[in-house]
Write a protein that binds this ligand. Structure first.
Ligand code: SAM
Length: 208
């Protein structure tokens, strides 16, 4: 999603699309995570990761590549080809049962939640943005309940109607919030990544 410009043909010619193919990444998005991880030291002090909306697995490949010792639980509606050392849950991130399964598999607080959620494109931009923002809200709520006290969430978010309200609510829930536009994200797309650290306003026993 991200109000794409140009057709499928143009996208296939594009630099990151070609690079991902050459490198064996399952998605061009892999480069977005690589760039953010490097610039923002995303994996510093991180052992346990929950990755929401992970399929086909480009981000998961990057996580494995950057730190093979990470404990990763990945979740998506769609199946994902296995990756060594990654536990995968096929389920809806907005479904309470999926959240319970995530909690059962992680067995406590985690250091990092990643979310690259996009709904199936309906063709109606405004509707797609509303659906994407509700996925972000879901991801924020999951992160708020499973992150340790120094934990962080990186989530894709589309800047459309409802975006400012979402930012207000995320700022209430986390100590610091910033917006990031990695070079691999198309300039013409409304997509940004929000990085929020330090969940607050809750009591979580056993968190670090
Ligand atoms: C842009 S793709 C993620 C790409 C992934 N980061 C990668 O690098 O391969 C968005 C994903 O969101 C998933 N998704 C959308 N709504 C979802 C939901 N309610 N629960 C779980 N996954 C969802 C889609 O199935 C899709 O795989």
């Amino acid at each position: 999603m991200g109000r794409p410009r140009g057709g499928q043909k143009e996208r296939k010619k594009e630099h990151y699309y070609q690079a991902a193919k050459r490198h064996g990444y399952r998605s061009r998005s892999a480069y977005k995570l690589r760039q953010i991880a490097k610039t923002h030291k995303l994996l510093l002090g991180v052992d346990r990761v929950v990755e929401l909306c992970s399929s086909p697995g480009g981000w998961t490949q990057v996580l494995r590549e950057l730190d093979p010792s990470l404990q990763i639980v990945a979740v998506d509606l769609e199946p994902m080809l296995p990756l060594e050392g990654v536990k995968f849950i096929q389920g809806d991130v907005l479904d309470e049962k999926t959240i319970e399964r995530i909690k059962a598999l992680t067995g406590g607080s985690v250091d990092l939640v990643l979310s690259d959620c996009s709904p199936k494109v309906s063709g109606h931009w405004e509707l797609d943005v509303v659906r994407q923002l509700s996925l972000v809200e879901g991801a924020i709520n999951i992160a708020h309940s499973i992150l340790g006290n120094k934990g962080k969430i990186l989530s894709k978010v589309f800047q459309g109607s409802g975006f400012q309200e979402l930012m207000v609510s995320v700022r209430k829930k986390f100590n610091s919030v910033k917006l990031i536009k990695p070079a691999a994200s198309r300039k013409t797309s409304a997509e940004m990544y929000l990085l929020a650290k330090g969940p607050r306003g809750r009591s979580l026993s056993g968190s670090t």
